[in-house]
Structures are given as structure tokens and as C-alpha cells.
Design a protein around this ligand. Structure first.
Ligand code: CMC
Length: 424
């Protein structure tokens, strides 16, 4: 498959390296042979490193393109729904109507969690961060499905996917209910995926709860837009954990841990915290100046992206949904939303952000929608994790379906060389 070669001259020696072309995106230089030459490549943050071959998702950050199995995210958000996108990510093709129905029904058969899992929640403080609880309870799924799981078997992997897609909303809603001191609500399989999640979050056994269809549609969009995003930090974490042959539920828990940070999935929570800290439209210029100050660690949360150096295509769809939700719920006059909209406008007009190509990312708008839907800020990243679980699973599945090796990066060592233990 190498139709080109790169030549590297180092230490007076010339080394030829194969160059591969994908179906889209930059060519990659195969540096695997360098270890035989006593050389490593150095790329902290994996800025220029392709760690795997993949056929799931393609991003062109400079053009603002995101494709899942070739389909643009804007079209999927408009014409599809989250479960259909899950199917697409796992199997590589959109389902027929019959396949989609079978898939939805199978997912519904797995929405309940084992009753023993309820006891795990009692071990946590009521004020524990829900992402901490999610790391624990999703990891704990491996204790329920370990002996019965042979992930070299395609069918077992498929069942793991159904379990993950179906149980993540149940577990996420249980985190919220636990923090509120309210009883867990069992899933309602007569509802669609997003409505069932809202039901488990907000219904109580003592009152009738009607799901708002505009909110359910917005939730489904949030799930769809967060479903996968190529080899980001959490997906790479799942691949790395999976490369050792670890249980897939434990691997997903490692993805949840990686997602939690504010530079990654924690950004939607950080956006809301930042808006509350700004507190007043008049203070926006002060925060813009802080974001531009090299000596101030403050960054505008929800702005910028490692890959998108153009508008995040997910953010465009999310902004539209955000407008719909705010007008449906009549919150356009909420002071926090006004600050958000003003901040967006000022940052987009500021030359600093334009020069550095810092545009609002998906999390800038998703946090606003989630707040309007009455979801507490601490649950925002949990919702991201729920949605991204299918992306993590699909990458793990792709990896273990083919030949793979344990991930084992090298280092540029700059510590002490060998020295004698001092005499005592
Ligand atoms: N506010 C102010 N300046 C920024 C920001 C920001 N949000 N983001 C980047 N910059 C500046 C940064 O200071 C640097 O300036 P200089 O070239 O003068 O040193 C330049 O832009 C490039 O930044 P970087 O840190 O090299 O970019 P990166 O690709 O390593 O980081 C990022 C990407 C997303 C971590 C970063 O933009 C950021 O911290 N954004 C805020 C957090 C955020 O919203 N994260 C969610 C990402 S979308 C959800 C997801 O996919 O997980």
C-alpha cells in the first residue's frame, strides 16, 4: 500500500520510510522501522502522529468537515437520530427500516441495570461528582459481564455494544437521582431513547411526567453530535486500555476518566461556570482581555479546538438547536444566556480570536441547551460521556476486530544517567 517514500537523513545515514495515503487526509510516514535504526520519533500531545488506521470518522479541521462513515454530521443531525448513528458507527452502513427497528428493540431489551448495581451508588457520598460515580459504576459493569464475555467473538462484542448504549442513560440518570436523594426511576421502553433519558432524570413515582418533545429532540441532537470524534484523548485512551486485552466495560470507564478534564469533555461544564463567574454583560471585556493575556492561565471555555481551525461543524447545528430550545422554553431573556450570546458575538469580532482561529466549539452551545433543559451543570460531562460511549465502543471494536498490538509509546529520556547508590 506504500506508493511513496520519505527519505530521512540522520547521523550521517539515509533511511527510506514508506508513505501511505488514506482515502482522505494527510499522508502518513511509517516510522515503525526507525526503532531498528536506534531512533524514536518525538511528538508530545500526538500532534503529528497517526496511532492507528481507522474507517469510522474523518475530520478536516481546516475546512470544518466531520464525516461519520462518509456522511456529513450536518446531514446526520438533520435526517437521522442518535440510535441510527450508533448503528452506522458500529456496522459501517446506515440501517434499513427493518434493521433500524430491530436495533432499537434490541437496545430497549437491555435498558435495565442489574439490581446489585444499585448498591454501588450507596457507597458514594451524595455530593460526589457524577463523573466520579460514572467512572466507578461503568467500570463495575465489567464485574457483571466478565466471565461471560469473550471479546474475540463478534457476537459477544455486539452484545456489549447493546448493553453499553442501553445502560448508559440509566446509569447517568441514577447518578442524578442519587445526588437529589430521589428514588431511581426504571427505564420506560415505550419511550424513544432521548425521552426515556429525560423521563429517568426528571420523573418521580408520585407525579405524572410529560416529556417535552422539543427538549427530547434537542437531547437527541446533543447525543448525535457527540457520538464520535475520531482519535481524541478519551478515544485514544480507550484504544490504549483495550490494546492490553482489558475488559471493554473497564476500557469505557477509562474513556470516561479521560473525558472528564476541562480541556476535553469537561468544557461544557466549564463554560457554564465561566458564564456564572462573568455574571454581568459589562464584565465580558475584562474576561476577553484575561483570555488574551499570556500571563493569565484563563481561557475562554467553549472556544478553540485542537483540530478545528475553522467553525466546528457540530457547533453550527448546536447553535440552531440552542435557538429553538431557548425560544420554546422562553429563556432568551435569561441573564446567563444573554451573557453567552454577547460573549460569542464579541469573541467572534475580536482579532485575537480570529487570528488564532478560535471559534465557539460544540460545548459552548450544548452547555446552554442543557442548562435550559434543567440539567444541573455537574451532569453536563456525564451526558457527553453517554453519547460518546458509542464512539469509544466502535473504535475499540474496530481495533480488536483486526490484528493489533499493545500500545506502548517511547520517550525522550532527560533524567539522570546510571549512578551509584551512595554509601551510608
Ligand atoms: N481562550 C484563549 N486563548 C486560547 C484558547 C481559548 N479558549 N484556546 C487556545 N488559545 C490560544 C492559546 O493560548 C495559544 O496561543 P499562543 O499560540 O499565543 O500560545 C493558541 O490559542 C493555540 O492554543 P493551544 O493550546 O496550542 O491549542 P490546542 O490545540 O493545544 O488546544 C483546546 C485546544 C481545545 C484544549 C484549547 O483551545 C482550549 O483550552 N479551549 C478551551 C477548552 C474547550 O473549550 N475545550 C473543548 C474542546 S471541544 C470538545 C472536545 O472535543 O472535547
Amino acid at each position: 500500500m506504500a506508493d511513496k517514500k520519505a527519505t530521512l537523513s540522520v547521523n550521517g545515514k539515509t533511511i527510506e520510510l514508506p508513505v501511505y495515503s488514506g482515502t482522505a487526509g494527510p499522508d502518513v510516514i511509517d516510522v515503525r522501522g526507525l526503532v531498528q535504526e536506534g531512533l524514536f520519533t518525538y511528538d508530545p500531545g500526538f500532534v503529528s502522529t497517526a496511532a492507528c488506521e481507522s474507517q469510522i470518522t474523518y475530520i478536516d479541521g481546516s475546512k470544518g468537515i466531520l464525516l461519520h462513515r462518509g456522511y456529513p454530521i450536518e446531514q446526520l443531525a438533520e435526517k437521522s437520530d442518535y440510535l441510527e448513528v450508533c448503528y452506522l458507527l458500529i456496522y459501517g452502513e446506515l440501517p434499513t427500516a427493518a434493521q433500524a427497528e430491530k436495533f432499537r428493540n434490541t437496545v430497549k431489551n437491555h435498558t435495565m441495570v442489574h439490581e446489585q448495581l444499585n448498591h454501588f451508588f450507596n457507597g458514594f457520598r451524595r455530593d460526589a461528582h457524577p463523573m466520579a460515580i460514572m467512572c466507578g459504576v461503568v467500570g463495575a459493569l465489567s464485574a457483571f459481564y466478565h466471565d461471560t464475555m469473550d471479546f474475540s467473538d463478534e457476537l459477544h462484542r455486539e452484545i456489549a455494544a447493546f448493553r453499553l448504549i442501553a445502560k448508559m442513560p440509566t446509569l447517568a440518570a441514577m447518578c442524578y437521582k442519587y445526588s437529589m436523594g430521589q428514588p431511581f426511576m426504571y427505564p420506560r421502553n415505550d419511550l424513544d431513547y432521548a425521552s426515556n433519558f429525560l423521563y429517568m432524570m426528571f420523573a418521580t413515582p408520585c407525579e405524572n411526567y410529560q416529556v417535552n418533545p422539543v427538549l427530547a429532540r434537542a437531547m437527541d441532537r446533543i447525543f448525535t453530535l457527540h457520538a464520535d470524534h475520531e482519535q481524541n484523548a478519551s478515544t485514544s485512551t480507550v484504544r490504549l486500555a483495550g490494546s492490553s486485552g482489558a475488559n471493554p466495560f473497564a476500557c469505557i470507564a477509562s474513556g470516561i476518566a479521560a473525558l472528564w478534564g476541562p480541556a476535553h469533555g469537561g468544557a461544557n461544564e466549564a463554560v457554564l461556570n465561566m458564564l456564572m463567574e462573568i455574571g454581568d454583560e459589562e464584565r465580558i471585556p475584562e474576561f476577553i482581555e484575561r483570555a488574551k493575556d499570556k500571563n493569565d492561565p484563563f481561557r475562554l471555555m467553549g472556544f478553540g479546538h485542537r483540530v478545528y481551525k475553522n467553525f466546528d461543524p457540530r457547533a453550527k447545528v448546536m447553535k440552531k438547536t440552542c435557538d429553538e430550545v431557548l425560544s420554546e422554553l422562553g429563556c432568551a431573556d435569561d441573564p446567563l444566556f444573554r451573557i453567552a450570546m454577547k460573549l460569542e458575538q464579541i469573541a467572534l469580532e475580536d482579532p485575537y480570536f480570529a487570528e488564532k482561529k478560535l471559534y465557539p466549539n460544540v460545548d459552548f452551545y450544548s452547555g446552554i441547551i442543557l442548562r435550559a433543559a434543567g440539567i444541573p451543570v455537574s451532569m453536563f460531562t456525564v451526558i457527553f460521556a453517554m453519547a460518546r460511549t458509542i464512539g469509544w465502543f466502535s473504535h475499540w471494536h474496530e481495533m480488536v476486530s483486526g490484528p493489533y498490538r499493545i500500545g506502548r509509546p517511547r520517550q525522550l529520556y532527560t533524567g539522570h544517567t546510571s549512578r551509584e547508590y551512595p554509601q551510608k
